[in-house]
Design a protein. Sequence first.
Length: 227
Amino acid sequence: MAGEQVLKKVLVTGATGMVGRQVLMQLLDNPLVGEIVSVGRRETPLSHNKLKEFILKDFLDLTSIKAEFGSVDVCFHCLGVYQSQVSRKAYFRITCDYLMALTDALVAMSPQATFVLFSAQSARPDGKGMYFARVKGRAENVLNETEFPHKYIFRPGHIQPTHQRKPPGLIYRHIALPMMAKKFAKNPEIGVTDRDLAKAMVSTGIAAKVNSKVFDNRMIREAAGIS
């Protein structure tokens, strides 16, 4: 029917993580989204007629789900791991190699897709700085080397969770996170909640109004309507 809204097909990775979970919730509630393909290492507890889930052990081999990458309008890549929980080699593989496998598969099936990458404030695409920053920067370069017409990179500061979670690492869980939560309560401009970050990512990715953009923490807050 003429003038009928064409609903978008969306691919999301890491939907059981802190940010990915919120992105998925935003997508499920978005009236412009008709189909969601979720690819992760664990199954979400959700059931919805929009949602199709695929659990993979090896993200370097996407052959079994390649057909699902056809006609994707937007991809939200939220898959990640805490650097302290894995070796340097594994951290690079999960952060960069998994992303490269994903972009290669998506380019082959949906070259006009919009790609949204959850990165970090300290990312260094110039290859300088600490290992974490260099690896995050390399991941951004992987995306920027693709030919997707719309590429959005989000670099939040502190991310304040809005739901109960048990992050790995005793030091992070009992010292770093409570300390940052107190700082965030006093000065919210240093970061953003996971829910507002997801709101900014989803609204930007679905609209796809500009070709490519890197969103720093201030821009993320503005996109979420909390500047």
